[in-house]
Design a protein around this ligand. Structure first.
Ligand code: SAH
Length: 408
């Protein structure tokens, strides 16, 4: 059996480790053996020197050890990574939610017991994000294993998330293994076709975490006028049209995303001029401008903003942002209209998000009922040992009457 360098915990700090939380913060650590290189595998021991778990080290991160196994007999070798990847892939193969979809998350990092590693499958390509030094050092090996296990054509890296800085890593993106992808590829979600730019699209190119919610929201859209704010490439809008929406307005600040939204409409047989309006602009500004325009009233409004709260320091501003867009969206909602509103900030709990929507409703003068509570799709599971993995939450609410001012 392999001997690994040792990281020792301070006395009394082993409880979260025993409960299989995968993170060990610097404050819990008493000592790190000098022969342990950053990125290397280490054994985590209690203050008495007894084995607790095994993971990889990064002194530069607040989270100095990310745990991989609690089994002293499990060596972290190629067979280990292979079996973890296989388990993650097998879970998706058996998942009813993703059936017939070619855009899905294959590996969801800590929640698939592979800290720091995120992998999306998009058609015949994989998009890998290395969130930590431990994964960074092994990304080539992991990419090749993934190719072998999935039979995909190539792996592209999109490690361009801000969180890499916390690990002391620069951003990195580009082809990693196998064939480089063409400029644009197509993926299928519920029979709808989406054009995706793997190298230059946002995040990994397609937001598969909203798949289940696109279905839920589309069910309210038959015959309705739909406003899809923060539309990206128009996925919520296309689902709505396919479910019989009368008209969809997409708003996004990214012109390239809206070009793909237009391509997606055509690709699925919708005439962008007849069925949709794609507006490049700031949602805050556009929704504000429309408050006074009675033509700009919608039966269904979708709000799927980017992450506003990146850390605790940004929290207050983020909450003000969420409240403002929700207030503005409620102002444009026709009587009996439905708002589907989301937050993908992990720091904003579902409970807090509901409070924000509540205060937006008070300010908008609307009586609002919750119809459905939403979360990230099932291919983005949350390990019970890692509640931090829950980040996307949403509400479908209904505003019964016109704003109160309107009754006066
Ligand atoms: N609903 C989309 C994903 C949205 S991601 C889907 O289902 O695929 C968030 C989007 O918000 C991004 O496309 C980003 O370009 C856009 N965005 C960010 N800030 C914005 C702003 N202030 N106004 C308009 N769009 C914005």
């Amino acid at each position: 059996m392999h001997e690994y360098p040792v990281v020792a915990l301070k006395p009394g700090r082993e409880k979260p480790v025993r409960q299989r939380h995968p993170w060990v913060f610097s404050g819990a650590i008493a000592s790190i053996s000098e022969d342990a290189a950053d990125g290397a595998i280490v054994d985590l021991c209690d203050a008495q020197g007894a084995f607790l778990a095994r993971g990889y080290l990064n002194r530069r991160s607040q989270i100095q050890v990310r745990l991989l196994t609690w089994d002293a007999a499990e060596t972290i070798d190629a067979a280990f990574w292979r079996s973890r990847l296989q388990a993650a892939i097998a879970m998706r193969r058996a998942l009813p939610e993703v059936r017939g979809c070619t855009a899905l998350r294959l590996v969801n990092a800590e929640s698939d017991y592979l800290p720091g590693l995120t992998v999306d499958r998009l058609g015949d390509f994989l998009v890998l994000q290395a969130g930590t030094l431990g994964v960074e050092q092994r990304k080539q090996m992991l990419a090749e294993l993934l190719l072998e296990l999935t039979g995909c054509q190539g792996v592209v890296e999109r490690s361009d998330m801000a969180a890499r800085r916390l690990e002391g890593l620069p951003t990195a993106s580009g082809p990693l293994a196998g064939e480089p992808p063409p400029e644009l590829i197509e993926v299928v979600e519920d029979g709808l076709i989406f054009v995706v730019n793997l190298l230059h699209g946002q995040k990994t190119g397609f937001y598969s975490d909203q798949r289940a919610n696109r279905r839920r929201v589309a069910a309210y859209c038959a015959g309705k006028r739909v406003l899809n704010a923060f539309s990206y490439t128009g996925a919520f809008g296309l689902h709505a049209l396919r479910s019989g929406a009368a008209h969809v307005v997409n708003i996004d600040s990214s012109a390239p995303a809206l070009e793909l939204a237009e391509a997606n409409l055509r690709r699925n047989g919708f005439d962008p001029d007849r069925h949709a309006e794609n507006i490049a602009g700031d949602v805050f500004q556009v929704l504000r401008d429309w408050q006074a325009d009675p033509e700009r009233r919608y039966d269904v409004v979708i709000l799927d903003p980017p992450k506003f709260a990146h850390n605790q320091a940004a929290m207050e501003r983020a909450l003000r942002g969420y409240k403002e867009i929700n207030r503005l969206a409620l102002g444009l909602l026709s009587p009996g209209g439905v708002l589907a509103t989301f937050s993908c900030s992990g720091l904003v709990s579902a409970e807090l998000f509901q409070k924000v929507v509540f205060s937006a409703a008070i300010d908008a003068g609307r009586d609002v009922q919750i119809l459905e509570t939403l979360r990230q799709s099932a291919d983005h599971p949350v390990a019970l040992t890692f509640p931090e993995g829950e980040y996307l939450k949403g509400l479908i609410v209904r505003a019964a009457h016109a704003p109160r001012e309107a009754h006066a």
